[in-house]
Design a protein around this ligand. Structure first.
Ligand code: WT7
Length: 590
C-alpha cells in the first residue's frame, strides 16, 4: 500500500485528520481528528443513476438497484430512525435476509452515527435475543419472511420471540406480506415514505460504525466493534488491491452481509468504490448446484469472490460449470477457510477456464479487512498458500516463544503493530480486547496456525484455539457445549471438529448423560435452535465420562482424532485414560 494516508485521501472527509495514527499499544486511533461519514461515501458521492446492485431473487426475479434508490431508502430510513429517538452511538439490530434493504438499513444507521449490529438471518431467536441484549439495541429491523431453498423462513416470528418483553421496537420489510404487526412495530415502507430524508452527519474517525458478533472460546459470542475512518480505508484499499474493479466490471461476492465478508466486501468497500455487484437472495445450490453458474452467466459476472466450501460443494455435485458461458470472468477470489490444492485447481480450471487468476484472502472479523493476499499478477501463486501480507501490515508466523518460526515450520500467526481496519474494541469488555494481545510490545494474536515459505508466502493451517470453522462459519466449541448442557439430561458435553470433505469441518458432540438422559436428535434440535443450523452436529454420542487433563481441561483434540478415525496420540496427561476407550466405543455405536 503506498501509504494509509494516501489511501485515506481517496475517501471524502468532512474534516481532514490531524494525525494518521495515534498508537498507544494496544489502542490505536486512526486518522484522529478527522471527520467522515460512511453512508455519504457509499451513496451521496456516487452517480445516482448507476446500478449498485443487480439483485436476483431465489424465484428468478431480478431488480436493478441504483445508487439513487439506496440513497433514497437509506436517508429516509435514517429520518425514520431519528423520529423513533435513535441517535448517535445508539445501537440498531438488523435481522434481514439477502435483500437490498439490508445494505440500505446498514447505511441508514451509519448516516446518523447509530451503530448497527447485523445478525445473520440464518440464526435463531435465542441468538438474536442474546445479541440484542448484549448490544443494548432498542430498535430491530427485520422482514416478515425470507426465502431459502424454496422455503419461507418466518423471520418476524423469530424476531417477536427475540424481543418479547424487552420493549424493542421493530421495523418490518414486507417481503412476503404475511406477518401481522404488533403495537411497537411499523412497516418499513410506511416509515420510509412518511419520513424526510436525513443528512449524513460528520463523525469522528473513531466513531463506532458497527458491532458484529463472532465466536470465541467462551459460551457467549463477542461483539467485535469497528470504527469508521480506519475501517473504511482498510476495506476500500484492500478491495482495490485485490480486485481493482474497473468500469464494466460486475462483481459478485457470495457472502451474506450477516458476516464480516458481507460488511466489508458487499456493503462498505464496493459501494464506496462505486462498483456494480450481484446480490443473490437464496442458496447457491437451489434448485441445484448449477444455480451459481446461471447467476454468474445471466449477469455477466467478471469477478467472483466466494468460499472454499461453496467451491467444494460444486465439485462434489458433479455438475461442471463448463456448460455455462462464464467467459466474462476475469478474476476469482476465495475467503474464509484454507483453499486446498484440489479446490484451487478446480476453481482455476473448471470455473476460470484456466485464464483467471485465483487469489486467496486471509483475514478475520477482528481485522476488518484482508491481511494476507497476493494481488493478481503479484507473484506466482502457490496452491494452498493464502499469499503475502498486505503491504504495510506486519503479519508474522512465530513459535511459542514469539520468535519467527523457521520457514516451513508450523507457527502461530501474529500481527505486529496495528493497521487501519483493526477492531476498536470488544463491546462491553476491555479484558476481551486485551486478551488478543501479548508480549512486549504487545502483538495481536490471530488464533491461527500457519506456515511461511522462503518466499514469504503464508499457508493457513487452521485455528489454534477452541474455535471451529464449519463451511466458513466460525463457531466456538464452548457455545455448542453450553447449549448441549442446557438439556436437563446432559451432565456435561464436549464439542470438537471432524474433517469434512465439503464443509471443511463438521461437528461432533460427546455428552455425559444424567437423570433421564437424552436422545441425539434432541441435542441436534437444541443446537439448531439456539446456535443456528450451521452448527448442527453430525455426530452426537453418549459417553460415561469425558477425557480431561488432571487440571480438568477437556481434551477436544483427542475426541476430534477419535471421531476422525485417526490416532489420538499421547493420552498420558489424562486424568483417566479409560475415557478415551469409552469415547471410541461410543463412536462405534453412534
Ligand atoms: C477465521 C476468521 C475472513 C472473513 C470470513 C471469516 C479462517 C479466514 C481464511 C483463508 C484459511 C481462513 C481463519 C480465521 N480463515 N480466511 N483465506 N484461509 N483460513 O471471518 O468468521 O472472523 O473467521 O477464518 O481460521 O481465523 P471469521
Amino acid at each position: 500500500m503506498p501509504g494509509w494516508g494516501e489511501e485515506a485521501g481517496r475517501l471524502k472527509w468532512s474534516r481532514r485528520w490531524d494525525a494518521e495514527l495515534e498508537w498507544d499499544p494496544p489502542a490505536a486511533r486512526w486518522f484522529a481528528g478527522g471527520q467522515i461519514n460512511a453512508s455519504y461515501n457509499a451513496l451521496d458521492v456516487q452517480d445516482p443513476s448507476r446500478t449498485a446492485i443487480i439483485w436476483e431473487g431465489e424465484d428468478g426475479s431480478v431488480r436493478r438497484i441504483t445508487y439513487g434508490w439506496l440513497l433514497d431508502q437509506a436517508s429516509r430510513l435514517a429520518g425514520g430512525l431519528l423520529s423513533m429517538g435513535v441517535g448517535r452511538g445508539d445501537r440498531v439490530a438488523i435481522y434481514l435476509p439477502m435483500i437490498p434493504e439490508l445494505p440500505a438499513a446498514m447505511l441508514a444507521c451509519a448516516r446518523i452515527g447509530a451503530v448497527h449490529t447485523v445478525v445473520f438471518s440464518g440464526l435463531g431467536a435465542a441468538s438474536l435475543r442474546s445479541r440484542i441484549a448484549d448490544s443494548g439495541a432498542r430498535v430491530l429491523v427485520t422482514a416478515d419472511a425470507g426465502y431459502r431453498r424454496g422455503a419461507r423462513i418466518r423471520l418476524k416470528e423469530a424476531a417477536d420471540e427475540a424481543v418479547r418483553g424487552t420493549g424493542v421496537r421493530t421495523i418490518v420489510v414486507r417481503r412476503t406480506g404475511d406477518a401481522s404487526l404488533g403495537p411497537g412495530d411499523t412497516w418499513w415502507d410506511d416509515l420510509v415514505s412518511g419520513s424526510a430524508p436525513a443528512d449524513p452527519v460528520p463523525l469522528e474517525s473513531c466513531h463506532p460504525l458497527f458491532i458484529l458478533y463472532t465466536s470465541g472460546t467462551t459460551g457467549m459470542p463477542k461483539g467485535i466493534l469497528h470504527g469508521t475512518g480506519g475501517y473504511l480505508v482498510h476495506a476500500c484499499s484492500t478491495f482495490r488491491l485485490a480486485f481493482g474493479t474497473r468500469p464494466g466490471d460486475i462483481y459478485w461476492c457470495t457472502a451474506d452481509p450477516g458476516w464480516v465478508t458481507g460488511h466489508s466486501y458487499v456493503v462498505y468497500a464496493p459501494l464506496c468504490c462505486g462498483a456494480t455487484q450481484v446480490m443473490y437472495e437464496g442458496a447457491p445450490d437451489h434448485p441445484d448446484a448449477s444455480r451459481m453458474w446461471q447467476v454468474a452467466e445471466r449477469h455477466g459476472v467478471t469477478i467472483l469472490y466466494t468460499t472454499p466450501t461453496a467451491i467444494r460443494m460444486q465439485m462434489a455435485s458433479g455438475i461442471l460449470p463448463g456448460s455455462h458461458d462464464l467467459s466474462a470472468l476475469r478474476l476469482l477470489g476465495s475467503v474464509g477457510e484454507p483453499l486446498g490444492a484440489p479446490a484451487w485447481a478446480w476453481y482455476r480450471d473448471e470455473v476460470g477456464g484456466g485464464r483467471c487468476p485465483v487469489i486467496d484472502t486471509w483475514w478475520q472479523t477482528e481485522t476488518g479487512g484482508m491481511m494476507v493476499v497476493d494481488p493478481p499478477g503479484g507473484g506466482t501463486p502457490e496452491p494452498g498458500y493464502a499469499g503475502r501480507p498486505v503491504p504495510g501490515i506486519d503479519v508474522r508466523v512465530v513459535d511459542d516463544g514469539g520468535r519467527p518460526a523457521p520457514d516451513g515450520e508450523r507457527g502461530r500467526i501474529v500481527v505486529s503493530g496495528t493497521w487501519p481496519g483493526m477492531m476498536i474494541g470488544v463491546w462491553g469488555s476491555e479484558e476481551r480486547y486485551a486478551s488478543y494481545w501479548s508480549g512486549d510490545p504487545p502483538v495481536y494474536q490471530a488464533g491461527d496456525y500457519a506456515v511461511r515459505d522462503a518466499e514469504g508466502r503464508i499457508r493457513i493451517l487452521g485455528r489454534a484455539d477452541d474455535v471451529l470453522n464449519v463451511a466458513g462459519h466460525r463457531i466456538g466449541t464452548a457455545e455448542i457445549e453450553a447449549c448441549a448442557a442446557s438439556h436437563p439430561g446432559v451432565a456435561e458435553a464436549a464439542a470438537c471438529g471432524v474433517p469434512d470433505p465439503v464443509r471443511g469441518q463438521s461437528i461432533a458432540v460427546f455428552a455425559v448423560p444424567r437423570g433421564g438422559g437424552f436422545e441425539p436428535g434432541e441435542i441436534r434440535s437444541l443446537v439448531r435452535r439456539d446456535v443456528g443450523p450451521v452448527a448442527s452436529p453430525r455426530i452426537v454420542c453418549s459417553v460415561p465420562r469425558l477425557p480431561k487433563t488432571r487440571s480438568g481441561k477437556i481434551m477436544r483434540r483427542i475426541l476430534g482424532a477419535l471421531a476422525a478415525g485417526s490416532d489420538p496420540g499421547d493420552t498420558s496427561t489424562l486424568e483417566d485414560p479409560g475415557a478415551v476407550e469409552d469415547a471410541a466405543r461410543a463412536l462405534r455405536g453412534a
